[in-house]
Write a protein that binds this ligand. Structure first.
Ligand code: GAL
Length: 665
């Protein structure tokens, strides 16, 4: 059998197999959907409340042209604002001005292009942008989405009377206690049931912006938002801190979702600096987070294309071992442990364990309520402020070095002594030369909503306060290949160097480890022993590295060499100790910008001939039938190459999925 025949047979087998999968109906949990962190584009960060059929199609076409579909970004999701009202019969109606051909037609076009179709709804009365939502209509809406051939449903959490903002006439609103949580889970379950009974495999992406979904999420969805919206650099920090605490719920049966990616291409509603957007992608890769692009695709910069098309970063994220990353270094403030699961009665469980058994004083943590800080503004959450428990009036006293003064400034006023500063307005009129003594007390609260029962428990002072975020975090993830991916990010305003012991990263006791280290962003590789020093620029400085034991790297090189065809040159000349997988080259990515993937492959193949360099496609070969070993590998000439080009799409899919290209050290 020739190479071409084998390839064609493989392609056929693959499409039959996928067809078989698609014909099966989805049934949570573990229904086989979203086996890897879902990848795609979502309109919200880019277009906010102005999506349209024309924009979405243009975006999908551009994504395809850029080669992003082949890289795995398969879902195109239209977020909020596609719907305008409900018909008298209760059917959701799309905004005709923005979607003149209707929502089914949009999906058809996306499918034609090869994408999967994602749509948005909300579990409450209205969406976050105030459009009609699914509460009470779950079965109908689920059926409707399936009839539009939807493949992915993002289900938001606004205007929910049980677990959300305060709503007049809804006593349960404004908090999210156990009853509120149960009611919320039921709403999502009703939608999951509707999707399941439609018989169409639809990924249910729950967007309840809360860590407690992690414990029960796999019963009702395939991914679940565990944080508030990531709208800026602070949000990136916040999301990574929450993810760090929810690792045991993250994996094949569903994914913790730290929200979408923010690009650095201007024109999108949300933008980060280039370094920060790449830092976010590095973290999301190692955290195995869903990769939903929230970038201005139509005006995407080369930098963002290079970020999001880095095949190594994608391979790290999509690694088939489904291992989650872990934090291997952090000098950030202690973050509470988030315990989430399912109670015996099936209700969602959630508790927050503050470090050192401390208490939550509202937006910060202290050892006990008494040490929350002075003043009622520092005493909330699990504590409450009792003013003047002894009945004494609050006092305005001189600050130490002004006690002798006979004319003091009480802020905007003057008086003979602090005691005479205007009383009625308390602390605000007592400052400058004087200080305010509250004589209140911060004691445990019996009435206030506990932190766990708030619907937004993520707003901690340590996250909001920039001064608290002057820190660096390093995540590591062990891959199925034996490599360890390491992502280091600097959240501080100053440059930093983080040193890591290699043996710890590999989780081995061995001393004197020698590693092959590849910098995923620069493509450079080097050998390393001793400590690893990560030099991180300020405000989003980052590194994404792939480490591999030098010996394992060599074994792997030898192993894969057996099944690897060489085009135009002898493979063996290109193999050296320490060489291992590399991403698509920068210039290839640039070509993807302007040309179709087909022509890029053609160029790649031609170049490999003219430059006498081997083109490695070991991944492709690993997928092929076992009989196809190097014995059946013909020496390819230009005509064969041209024939190969006709299968360009397939090759690109397979190559870039686990794009493995050996580089020399
Ligand atoms: C938010 C959600 C965002 C976006 C927005 C739409 O609640 O977190 O991702 O979907 O609603 O209004």
């Amino acid at each position: 059998m020739t190479f071409i025949q084998a390839l064609a047979m493989f392609a056929m087998a693959r499409s039959w197999f996928s067809a078989l999968l698609v014909s099966q109906s989805a049934a949570l949990p573990g229904d086989g959907l979203a086996q890897k962190p879902p990848m795609g584009y979502n309109s919200w960060n880019d277009l906010e409340c102005r999506p349209s059929e024309q924009k979405l199609i243009a975006i999908a076409e551009k994504l395809k042209l850029l080669g992003f579909l082949q890289l795995g970004y398969e879902y195109v999701v239209v977020d909020d604002c596609w719907m305008i009202s409900r018909t008298a019969k209760g059917k959701l109606k799309s905004d005709k001005a923005a979607f003149p051909s209707g929502m089914k037609a949009l999906g058809d076009r996306l499918h034609e292009l090869g994408f999967k179709y994602g749509i948005y709804t909300d579990r409450g009365f209205k969406t976050c942008a105030g459009r009609p939502a699914s509460l009470g209509y779950e079965a109908d809406d689920g059926r409707q989405f399936a009839s539009w051939q939807v493949d992915f449903l993002k289900n938001d959490g606004c205007v929910d009377p049980d677990c959300g903002d305060v709503m007049a006439g809804h006593p349960q609103s404004g908090k999210c206690d156990i009853e509120g949580k149960k009611a919320t889970v039921q709403k999502y379950r009703r939608m999951a049931d509707a999707l399941n009974s439609s018989g169409r495999p639809i990924v249910h992406s729950i967007c309840g912006w809360n860590p407690w979904f992690a414990g029960i999420g796999h019963q009702i969805g395939h991914m679940w938002r565990v944080t508030a919206d990531v709208r800026n650099w602070k949000g990136v920090y916040e999301a990574s801190r929450v993810m760090e605490k929810l690792l045991k719920h993250h994996g094949v049966s569903g994914w913790n979702d730290p929200d979408m990616l923010i690009g650095s291409s201007h024109g999108a509603k949300l933008v980060l600096t280039p370094a920060q957007s790449r830092a976010q992608f590095s973290l999301w890769a190692v955290m195995s987070a869903p990769l939903m692009l929230g970038v201005n695709v139509m005006k995407i910069t080369d930098f963002d294309v290079e970020t999001y098309s880095n095949a190594e970063a994608i391979r790290i994220n999509q690694d088939p071992d489904f291992k989650t990353g872990r934090v291997v270094f952090s000098n950030c403030p202690a973050y509470p442990d988030l315990e989430t699961g399912v109670n015996l009665d099936g209700s969602p469980a959630f508790s927050i364990r503050w470090p050192h058994g401390g208490v939550n004083c509202g937006n910060h943590i202290a050892n006990n309520c008494g040490s929350c800080g002075t003043g009622d503004d520092r005493c909330h959450g699990a504590c409450k402020w009792i003013r003047n428990p002894g009945g004494d009036l609050p006092k305005c006293l001189p600050v130490d070095n002004t006690s002798a003064k006979t004319n003091v400034s009480c802020g905007g006023h003057h008086a003979k002594s602090c005691e005479e500063c205007p009383r009625g307005n308390g602390r605000t009129w007592c400052n400058k030369d004087c200080k305010w003594l509250d004589e209140g007390e911060c004691v445990p609260s019996d009435k206030q909503t506990s932190y766990e029962d708030r619907w937004n428990p993520w707003t901690l002072e340590m996250i909001n306060d920039q001064a608290e975020r002057e820190c660096q975090i390093v995540w590591a993830k062990t891959l199925s290949t034996g490599e360890v991916a390491v992502a280091g990010v600097n959240f501080a305003a100053r440059k930093a160097v983080v040193s890591l012991q290699l043996s710890k990263l590999l989780q081995e006791k061995t001393e004197n480890v020698r590693l092959a280290v590849k910098n995923v962003w620069s493509g450079q590789s080097r050998m390393q022993s001793g400590d690893l020093h990560l030099s991180l620029e300020a405000k989003g400085g980052h590194q994404l590295l792939l480490l591999m034991d030098a010996k394992v790297a060599r074994d792997l090189t030898e192993q894969t060499a057996k099944h690897r065809p060489c085009i135009g040159a002898s493979c063996s000349n290109n193999r050296k100790e320490g060489a291992f997988f590399s991403p698509l080259h920068g210039d290839v990515v640039k070509e993807l910008l302007s040309k179709s993937p087909r022509s890029v492959l053609e160029k790649l193949l031609e170049r490999s001939i003219t430059e006498q360099k081997a083109l490695q496609m070991e991944d492709l070969f690993q997928e092929l039938p076992a009989e196809l070993d190097e014995g059946s590998n013909p020496g390819y000439e230009i005509p064969t190459v041209l024939a190969l080009v006709s299968l360009a799409f397939l090759v690109i899919i397979l190559c870039t999925r686990r794009a493995h290209k050996y580089t020399q050290k």
